[in-house]
Each structure stands twice: as structure tokens, then as C-alpha cells.
Design a binder for this molecule. Structure first.
Ligand SMILES: Cc1cc2nc3c(=O)[nH]c(=O)nc-3n(C[C@H](O)[C@H](O)[C@H](O)COP(=O)(O)OP(=O)(O)OC[C@H]3O[C@@H](n4cnc5c(N)ncnc54)[C@H](O)[C@@H]3O)c2cc1C
Length: 333
């Protein structure tokens, strides 16, 4: 009988929510997070962090996906008093094209408010907006949340190591179980052709006066975060691996955001950022048994990883617990 040794590969939002969930459910396990990038160097860091799953976001089934979203929403809501970069926000989504663009079957029954925009609200922003909705949700700012999660994990006895992983077999020299939370890194590590980057570019601007988020057509979004910084976006470029700032994308984002909220023309730009969303259809949350070892995959969240991470991580840990209790593995739980 030995203590279960678990390596969590990846220190983005998915790795850290997995690490904390596992520590909570299996306090006797010896858990180490291993990653080559932490905090500000991860994809999670640059995301605006609005809790808003895309309507096409999908796991293995609609019921499982809905449970991920509901579990994640409750989990993040419960963390608000911890002051770890999570707050409630409200805002508008407008479209001149289709009513379906302003609906969200995941959020409509989950968040406290999701209602059609009134006639006067449709005129809040310049543009010929025919359809609109107002809703409240959460904002999870990874710039605060990731360092908080690392510190909480360490306080709970977890270990953190910086290093490059070239194969999971190497990790099995040390760990009984590996959680694969490597985001786009899983493309090489698992030879997973279904995992593709969706490139996104955003600008961070100083706009302390902005209280609501705004979405418009053509992937236009303006999301106020903490400390008066707002994220302006965006674009979704399928299968593009470029992490360079593109000046055409910048111009298009600024033009669309300025036309939605003209006061932003005077907002100083504080940062520009490109991130590669790890997109996989479906998101992969499953357990793979390799001899006496197990890999728990938890990756491929695309543009909705901040939203869904806390839910998929609960699912991933549940899969491990079920597998441990049904196997005859001689691990002390
Ligand atoms: C522009 C943009 C805006 C976004 N906005 C939102 C939003 O508002 N809401 C939302 O829910 N989502 C948003 N997202 C999506 C979100 O950022 C991602 O889904 C999420 O960050 C994925 O998290 P992750 O932990 O899987 O990956 P990552 O944050 O990329 O973390 C992966 C980790 O694995 C490690 N790793 C990978 N390979 C290896 C290796 N070989 N060896 C060692 N370590 C390795 C990395 O170092 C890192 O620590 C946005 C994304 C972009 C690009």
C-alpha cells in the first residue's frame, strides 16, 4: 500500500482547477503540478475570462456539457468571497443578423438574469441592432486567479515544478496517475489531430468608467475586467499558429469596438496579446489506462476554457475516483 502519486501536467486554468479539485477530494494524494509555463505565460492569462460558453461548445454529450457548465458556475460563484479574481458582471449582446445570436441555451436557465433587451436598450450603442439580450454572469480574471490557485495548492501541500514534458511515459517513472491538462501542448503529446488552434488577438485598454460588457456581430466584444482594464476583441482564426500581433487584426478590432462604444476611442491601450485557443470537438475528458498507470485527459476547451475548466476538472477527478475504486490498484486513497 502506498500513497497515490499524481502529476498534473499543465498550469493553466484547467491544470490548476484539476489540482485543487483533486487535493480537495483526495487529500492523502501526493500531487505535483508540472509545466513549462505558469501564470502570465499561459494562454489562460490573456483571456478576458467572461463566463459565457459558446452555444456550440461540446463535450461527449449535451447533458455532460451542461453539467460541466453548471458545476463550474457554482464553483466560481462560491469562490467570490475569496477575492481571487472572480466577480459578477452584467452586460449586453446585440445582433443585427439573428435572434439566435443573442440566445444561449447554456446560460439562459443558469444565470440570475437573461432577458431580451428593451427597445431603449437596443439604442444604447450606435448601430442598427434588431436583436439584443441583457444577462448577468461571472468574470474570472486569470491574472489574479492563477497565482491565487498556485498559492492555495501549495498551502494544501501540493508541489509545483517547472519543466518540459516530452512524453507521459517519462512522468510514469515518478507518478501513478497523470492528468493531461496541457491545452494545445496535447497536440504533440497525444498526437491528437483533432486538436487545432483557433488564433485570437485582443487589446487591453484602460477604461475604468466601463461597467457593462458588450458583444456585437462579427466576434466583437468589450469586457471590463479588474482594475479598470477592459479587453477588446476579437478574432477566431482556425488552424493558425501565429502568435505575432497582426496590425490588420488590431485595426479591425479597434474599428468594431469603437463603433460599438465610441468613448473607447480615448481609452489608452495598455497591452496587446495573441493567444491560441486549444479547440477540440468534443473537448476531451476521459481516462486512459496504460498498464498500471492512468492518464486523465482534460484538454481541448477552445474559446471557453476559463468558463468550463472548473466543471471539466470535477468530471476528470470523478473519473479517476471511479476508476480507482473499481480497479484493484493497491493505492491508499
Ligand atoms: C483571445 C482569447 C480570449 C479568450 N477569452 C475567453 C473568455 O472570455 N472566456 C473563456 O472561458 N475562455 C476564453 N478563452 C479561452 C481560454 O483562454 C482557454 O480555453 C484556456 O485558457 C485553456 O486553458 P488550458 O489550461 O487548457 O491551457 P493553457 O492556459 O494553455 O495551459 C496549458 C499548460 O500546459 C503547459 N504545457 C503544455 N505543453 C507542455 C509540455 N509539453 N511540457 C510542459 N508543460 C506543458 C503549459 O505550459 C501551460 O502551463 C480565450 C482565449 C483567447 C485566445
Amino acid at each position: 500500500m502506498g500513497i497515490l502519486k499524481v502529476g498534473i501536467a499543465g498550469a493553466g486554468i484547467v491544470g490548476l482547477t484539476s489540482a485543487l479539485e483533486l487535493q480537495n477530494i483526495l487529500p492523502s494524494a501526493d500531487i505535483t503540478v508540472i509545466a513549462n509555463e505558469f501564470n502570465q505565460d499561459t494562454t489562460s492569462d490573456g483571456a478576458a475570462g467572461l463566463f459565457r460558453p459558446g452555444t456550440s461548445f461540446c463535450g461527449p454529450s449535451i447533458d455532460i456539457t451542461r453539467k460541466w457548465i453548471e458545476d463550474a458556475y457554482r464553483h466560481y460563484s462560491d469562490l467570490i468571497p475569496e477575492r481571487c479574481g472572480i466577480k459578477e458582471v452584467g452586460g449586453y449582446i446585440f445582433s443585427s443578423i439573428s435572434q439566435s445570436n443573442v440566445q444561449n441555451h447554456y446560460l439562459e436557465k443558469l444565470v440570475p438574469v437573461y432577458r431580451p433587451a428593451t427597445r431603449s436598450e437596443l439604442k444604447l450603442c450606435p448601430g442598427d441592432w434588431k436583436y439584443g439580450a441583457y444577462f448577468s454572469t461571472l468574470l474570472i480574471e486569470c491574472r489574479q486567479f492563477l497565482p491565487w490557485a498556485v498559492s492555495r495548492f501549495k498551502k494544501g501541500g501540493g508541489k509545483v515544478e517547472k519543466g518540459n514534458i516530452s512524453s507521459f511515459d517519462d512522468l510514469f517513472q515518478t507518478y501513478d496517475v497523470v492528468f493531461n491538462c496541457t491545452g494545445l501542448g496535447a497536440k504533440l503529446l497525444c498526437n491528437d489531430y483533432k486538436l487545432v488552434p483557433i488564433r485570437g488577438q485582443v487589446l487591453k485598454v484602460s477604461a475604468p468608467w466601463l461597467n457593462n460588457f458588450f458583444y456585437g456581430d462579427f466576434d466583437t466584444y468589450i469586457i471590463p475586467g479588474f482594475n479598470g482594464v477592459a479587453t477588446l476583441g476579437g478574432c477566431r482564426q482556425f488552424d493558425s499558429f501565429s502568435t505575432d500581433i497582426n496590425h490588420y487584426d488590431r485595426a479591425a478590432i479597434l474599428e468594431r469596438c469603437h463603433s460599438l462604444v465610441p468613448r473607447l476611442k480615448n481609452a489608452p491601450i495598455t497591452r496587446e496579446w495573441v493567444g491560441l485557443r486549444p479547440h477540440r470537438d468534443p473537448v476531451r475528458v476521459e481516462i486512459e489506462v496504460k498498464g498500471k498507470n492512468k492518464i486523465v485527459h482534460n484538454y481541448g476547451h477552445g474559446g471557453y476554457g476559463v468558463t468550463a475548466a472548473a466543471g471539466t476538472s470535477k468530471h476528470a477527478v470523478r473519473l479517476l475516483i471511479q476508476s480507482l475504486s473499481s480497479s484493484s490498484a493497491s493505492c491508499k486513497l
